[in-house]
Design a protein around this ligand. Sequence first.
Ligand code: T5A
Length: 214
Amino acid sequence: MRGNLSGRFITLEGTEGAGKSTNLAFMRDYLEGAGITALVTREPGGTAFAEEIRELVLSPREEGVDALAETLLIFAARAQHLQAVIKPAIAEGRWVLCDRFTDATYAYQGAGRGVPREQIAVLEGLVQDGFKPDLTVYLDLPVEIGLARIQGRDEPDRFERERHEFFNRVRKGYLEIANTESARVKVVDASRNLRDVQRDISAQLDACLRSWQT
Ligand code: T5A
């Protein structure tokens, strides 16, 4: 680990096809270059038990899924992930890079599905007890561009089968969070070529590395 930096929790968010997987690998390598070996994980998931919940939540099914039931499952997976992986790693001074976290719940289940913000906040309080990412990079792009990037995938999951209007609400939800929590959430225009996107991401990481070192 570089200097006297202690463990940090960084999350990456975006709508479908924004480039999270691609850029999470970039962020891991970038931190590695700065002497920081980060633990890379994802939500829903990150432990065997939480990955089973992921499977349950993402699998397409005939039966309609109640939005609150979906939200509770996602927080159940998060509770497990936090206790078994994220918090122990940070307590040991490690950095954790996570593909999606609670902002996704506010965006997808809240803005997308209509679960009241206050209900999500109650669950967040219960499961996280004030724990939040130190930095969130939100990859923003028009929904059509993201969906075009993932077009042709074999088996779209339960979310990928949603309509454009759903993803437009999700995007709006993310932008509202970024607007309200601008110190934590950094918006990167992900509609551009990968080199430009990654230049902005590395600038955000550099700024944080500098401010966390002082
Ligand atoms: N979910 C999750 C909730 O509803 N609530 C929650 O609380 C949480 C935590 C699965 C679903 O779970 C839901 C939301 C999600 O629908 P996921 O698997 O993390 O979550 O999400 P997906 O959006 O399905 O992930 P994807 O794999 O589809 O997209 P990525 O990771 O954003 O995109 P990536 O990196 O695979 O890139 C897609 C393609 O675009 C290219 C890549 O090479 C790749 O081919 N690409 C670019 N092309 C041109 N220019 C660029 N700048 C590019 N960046 C990437």
